[in-house]
Design a binder for this molecule. Sequence first.
Ligand SMILES: C[S@@+](CC[C@H](N)C(=O)[O-])C[C@H]1O[C@@H](n2cnc3c(N)ncnc32)[C@H](O)[C@@H]1O
Length: 266
Amino acid sequence: MSDKIILEHYAKLSKGWGLQGQMSMQDKVVRERETAFITKQTQHCLRTLGVAPEQAVVLDVGCGNGYLLAALWEELAGADLRGIEFVPELVAVAQTRTLPGLNIQQGDMRVRDCFKQQAHIVITERSVVNLLSWEEQKAAFENIAGWIKPGGFYIMVESFQEPWTEMNAARRENNLPEVPISSHNRYLKEPCIDTLGSLGLRTVPGVEAQNALSSHFFLSRVFQHLLIQDGRPASERVWQFFAEGLPPDVGNYSPILFRVFQKDCI
Ligand SMILES: C[S@@+](CC[C@H](N)C(=O)[O-])C[C@H]1O[C@@H](n2cnc3c(N)ncnc32)[C@H](O)[C@@H]1O
């Protein structure tokens, strides 16, 4: 049943959005900031490892239409960029990106054999949350840990329940209805970080705060709704003033967190 939800959801999105970044995230600000964070973090991790881009193997697990991989390709000349994607329609779209060094295959992150190598860096961008039970998410984490070279990194951009609860508390206090979790997602909970630790993946500081999308979520999901007058939202100028004036990481209102883990060297 859960596979059917995912397959149908993304088959439809692949038709509507094709190669565009909004295929899996209609909020353009979130999409741009995720892409910028992952790109900067990937470069930083490779520098830490002393690995030149042309020697690097980077894997995007649940690579969708390949939008992120194409952005990485622009910045990591000569890297071996791999993508695994479950939904056949998205694999077909992603494979139209004929970029040297880019390799996208159909695969299921719950199955260890779908990637037979080890990468310097493994990335997930809101893909583990598409597994709709903890057992499946845990199996994916075990595989991800296995797909990273010793000393390599896991860059995780995934949604968590705790900040989602915070965001909805702020909405409730202001008489706004709860933002539900979509049926194709199961948000992670903080204790999953302990599970990653038990798999040899240790939290390390990222190039951005883990709550770097918090101010954006507060402004767009709470504050903006309070400025409506006579049914009309405040002007773009008002919105921009706060968006530009606030530090990005105020509070814990973004379900999507930026996290980085390094695999033990043994
Ligand atoms: C939010 S999208 C990822 C976006 C992607 N990084 C991009 O650049 O477009 C999550 C992706 O995970 C994929 N996915 C879901 N379950 C999966 C599984 N079991 N194995 C591999 N991919 C899966 C979805 O089909 C979807 O394309």
